[in-house]
Design a protein around this ligand. Structure first.
Ligand code: IPM
Ligand code: MN
Length: 365
């Protein structure tokens, strides 16, 4: 297949700065590979609340479902912080994840050799890191039942949210993780809190059982606290990390400090079939919006993941990744990764340089 429809959901804040840059990269790499891409821009989050009064309009969901891939910016803005839950911007994101059944969230963390100066760790610690967090996305504590607010016997107000994982849910995501680890360096580290949480106890039992089917994959288990420590102390030991929705959320922001900026991290949310959601790991960043200073690389690398996992167009993905690497070779840096001796540029200029690299410098090989 050569024709694809991509639903583009820039959302709020800096989503509107980084997504246009990344769409240009999709368009350019796509045409170099002879693909016919059509883009359909749709509202989600705060923008949708302003337009139609709900964070995920029906029209957006319908068209997202019909698309070949969903390309998303970020949702959330202080203006809507006090909205009731059904009318919060992030509710739109949860509804979209649930409706598309994207249960597996891929978050690769790699250290570009050109960016070693940007790490918050020691350079010799960060050097060569190439790991993938596979985060369960549609179950666990985020999607808990029961949850809510109540009053206990003492008359005290209580907020509660019960974590659970079923064997089916664990097996579903664990299967993805084993298959992926097999294609990578064959190492899988499952992260849980099996000393305390029942959901984690079952998680560990199921992963241990599935490991018997994959003698070629070396499996380890770490508790979340130890995993956090080891990610900082010795991140190169990790290849594929499998974890639940909340631990994965925390670990991915922690791991962003290995390359040195959350503005570098892309992600893909995938289901068994249907369109995936491709989005930068960072949020809408109200503080930075409107200044043309943010880093579009996370979004641009998410565009590469869209080609790789969403459209199965590996060459187009490589083109984009090579272009990013080329731009870094040529010394261009946004503020978050700027170090002495490099050229400070804004979001748009970074985008232009990525396009220049795509057009003139690099191929898919
Ligand atoms: C992320 C974000 C979201 C999450 C928020 C916005 C709900 O932090 O994708 O990492 O926790 O899933
Ligand atoms: Mn997060």
């Amino acid at each position: 297949k050569k024709r694809y429809t991509i639903a583009v959901l820039p959302g709020d804040g800096i989503g509107n700065e980084v997504i246009p840059v990344a769409v240009d990269a999709l368009r350019s790499a796509g045409s170099l590979e002879g693909l016919e891409l059509s883009f359909e821009e749709l509202p989600i989050g705060g923008v949708a609340l302003d337009l139609v009064g709900v964070p995920l309009p029906e029209e957006t969901l319908t068209r997202a479902k019909q698309s070949d891939a969903v390309f998303l910016g970020a949702v959330g803005w202080p203006k809507w912080d006090d909205n009731p839950k059904p009318l919060k911007p992030i509710t739109g994101l949860f509804q979209l994840r649930a409706a598309l059944e994207v249960f597996s969230n891929f978050r690769p963390i790699t250290v570009f050799p050109q960016l070693l100066d940007s790490t918050y760790l020691r350079k010799d610690t960060a050097q060569g890191v190439d790991l993938l967090i596979i985060r369960e996305l549609t179950g666990g504590i985020y999607n808990a039942h029961p949850r809510g607010f109540t009053t206990n016997e003492q008359g005290d107000e209580v907020g509660f949210c019960t974590e659970s994982y079923s064997a089916t849910e664990v097996d579903h995501i664990a299967r993805v993780a084993f298959e992926t680890a097999k294609q990578r360096r064959g190492k899988l580290c499952s992260v849980d809190k099996a000393t305390v949480l029942e959901g984690s106890m079952l998680w560990r039992k199921r992963v241990t059982a599935m490991a018997l089917e994959y003698p070629e994959v070396e499996v380890t288990h770490l508790l979340i606290d130890t995993a956090a420590m080891d990610l900082v102390r010795h991140p190169r030991q990790f290849d594929t990390i499998l974890t639940g929705v909340m631990f994965g959320d925390i670990l991915s922001d922690l791991a962003a400090m290995i390359p040195g900026s959350v503005g570098l991290l892309p992600s893909a949310a995938l289901g068994d079939s249907g369109p995936g959601i491709f989005e930068p790991v960072h949020g809408s960043a109200p503080k930075h919006f409107g200044k043309d200073t943010v880093n579009p690389i996370a979004a641009v690398l998410s565009a590469a993941m869209l080609f790789r996992y969403g459209l199965k167009q590996e060459n187009a993905a490589k083109r984009i990744e090579n272009a990013v690497s080329d731009v870094l070779d040529r010394g261009f840096r946004t503020r978050d990764i700027h170090t002495p001796g490099t050229t400070l540029v804004g979001c748009r200029r970074m985008g232009e340089e990525i396009l220049r690299s795509l057009d003139t410098r690099v191929s898919a090989s």
